[in-house]
Design a protein around this ligand. Structure first.
Ligand SMILES: CC(C)(COP(=O)(O)OP(=O)(O)OC[C@H]1O[C@@H](n2cnc3c(N)ncnc32)[C@H](O)[C@@H]1OP(=O)(O)O)[C@@H](O)C(=O)NCCC(=O)NCCS
Length: 145
């Protein structure tokens, strides 16, 4: 497996298949995808992109840290799940986030993926909430040291 920085557009097929299946293709274009501080990572297996994640310089109003990053669009294609691809992306992302002087990474986690986020060190805050057309979510964060 190899982890590389990729462009926002490289993430769109996997985002569409795994996170917005059946929804209009335009929904996989997220705000700030092209911002200068945003970065996108991809895990490749034998040259094929199998897992993606995107990181945005964005604070959550309920979290105290002055400078924060937000994780979005984390997904691994089914045949490659449970093989450490998403975790590998996060391991590469943490030092980049720290280098950008941010001390916290947060995400609106699908409740179906909470177990994953807990395994990689995220904590849940607050109550479950619904994102229309996407489903139940919970706010989660991880301190970056
Ligand atoms: C959640 C997801 C991104 C995890 O990707 P992955 O590449 O399979 O993750 P990893 O292999 O790095 O898993 C890391 C650990 O979490 C565990 N894990 C993975 N998915 C899990 C889940 N849904 N619930 C509980 N644990 C999970 C793995 O077993 C692994 O534990 P281990 O190291 O003890 O074996 C992937 O299942 C996925 O794409 N799901 C559908 C899209 C989605 O819901 N994305 C999150 C949006 S908020």
């Amino acid at each position: 497996m190899k982890v590389l920085r990729i462009n926002a557009t490289d993430t769109y097929d996997i985002r569409h298949m795994m996170l917005r299946n059946g929804r209009p293709r335009q929904e996989v274009v997220f705000p700030k995808d092209e911002d200068e501080q945003t970065f996108h990572l991809g895990a490749f297996f034998e040259g094929k992109l199998v897992s993606v994640a995107s990181f945005y310089f964005e604070n959550h109003p309920d979290l105290p840290d002055e400078y924060q990053y937000r994780l979005r669009g984390m997904a691994t294609i089914p045949e490659f799940q449970h093989k450490g691809h998403s975790s590998a992306l996060l391991k590469i992302a943490f030092p980049i986030i720290k280098q950008n002087l941010c001390s916290l990474l947060w995400c609106n986690a699908r409740t179906s993926a909470m177990g994953y986020y807990q395994k990689v060190g995220f904590e849940k805050v607050g109550e479950e909430f619904d994102i229309p057309t996407v489903g139940p979510h919970v706010l989660m964060f991880k301190k970056i040291f």
